[in-house]
Design a protein around this ligand. Structure first.
Ligand code: SF4
Length: 286
């Protein structure tokens, strides 16, 4: 019997369609995971809540106005990148306990890897350039590790930064907001760069960092209890333009009713401990 070419073709057709169902499932599950975590930690203050760079107000709004904290496809990407990278590196390093529960004066910390001699903080970034002490992001990594060293009394720490991108050099931003980059001939490939940090046991810096932590934790708890964000400082002026316009809480944060109190304004203008001459001795090469 002669074959019907059309029906044979039809039976053999493989169909491929763009389908957001699975991506949406990831987004929804991540959202419920965050909501569950939020409920569990309502009264707890974590180190990541009070880091100046994370934005203490953002942490406040995340708890008080969770409906505004939309989980996007990018949030899922960010979460997966961070979690999978951390799990793989922790297993490969094989040198201590991961995510140990620590607590100091009601402040909770979970260092990525910890043993009795040192703490390792793992970072994963899409940064196009390699970071150093003059970068806001790097300073934030250092501060988080220093907080952990203060909480535990340990002297040695490691910051290990995983760069996902080959280096790019920014050239300009045009009037439509498009960025232009070049990839230099000898640009560095994706890599992991690690830094050792030593904070002596008797260094006065420990006391200063501890005071900073406790002050920010107490302020954060007070704002949550009183439902008053005005006492919390916004980000520092010099980083607002690169962070705030993309913040999910921009409108509510910048509204007149949530303006900063005089104390919060003064706090944001205080000199950063890490910028004080002699506080840190940083060498960019071996
Ligand atoms: S708009 Fe800026 S200061 Fe306000 S919560 Fe967002 S990041 Fe923080």
């Amino acid at each position: 019997m002669p074959k019907d070419n059309n029906s044979e073709k039809l039976n053999m057709t493989i169909t491929i369609r763009k389908d957001p169902t699975f991506t949406n499932l990831l987004q929804n599950n991540l959202k419920s995971r965050y909501e569950k975590r939020r409920r569990n930690v309502e009264d707890n203050v974590h180190v990541s809540d009070i880091l100046p760079s994370t934005c203490i107000r953002k942490q406040y709004f995340g708890r008080k106005n969770p409906e505004l904290d939309e989980i996007s496809n990018e949030s899922v990407q960010h979460f997966i990148r961070g979690e999978s990278s951390e799990a793989a590196i922790t297993s490969l390093a094989d040198m201590g306990v991961s995510q140990m529960d620590l607590e100091m004066d009601g402040l909770i910390a979970h260092p990525d890897i910890m043993n009795q001699d040192q703490i390792v903080e793992l970072k994963d970034t899409l940064s196009n350039k390699r970071l150093g002490i003059y970068d806001h992001q790097f300073k934030s990594y250092v501060r988080q590790l220093l907080y952990y060293l203060v909480i535990t009394g340990i002297e040695r720490g490691i910051i290990s930064i995983r760069y996902n991108n080959r280096e790019l050099k920014w050239i300009k931003t045009d009037s439509d907001g498009n960025d232009y980059f070049i990839r230099p001939k000898n640009s560095r490939a994706p890599e992991i760069e690690s830094w050792s940090v030593f904070l002596p046991k008797d260094d006065i810096a420990r006391e200063l960092l501890k005071n900073e932590m406790i002050r920010r934790k107490t302020l954060f708890q007070k704002s949550l209890r009183e439902s008053n964000v005005s006492i919390l400082p916004r980000l520092k002026e010099n980083i607002r333009s690169s962070k705030c316009p993309w913040c999910k809480f921009y409108d509510i944060c910048m509204s007149k009713e949530n303006d900063e109190t005089q104390e919060a304004k003064e706090m944001v203008n205080e000199i950063d401990l890490l910028d004080i001459n002699g506080f840190i001795d940083f060498k960019p090469s071996l």
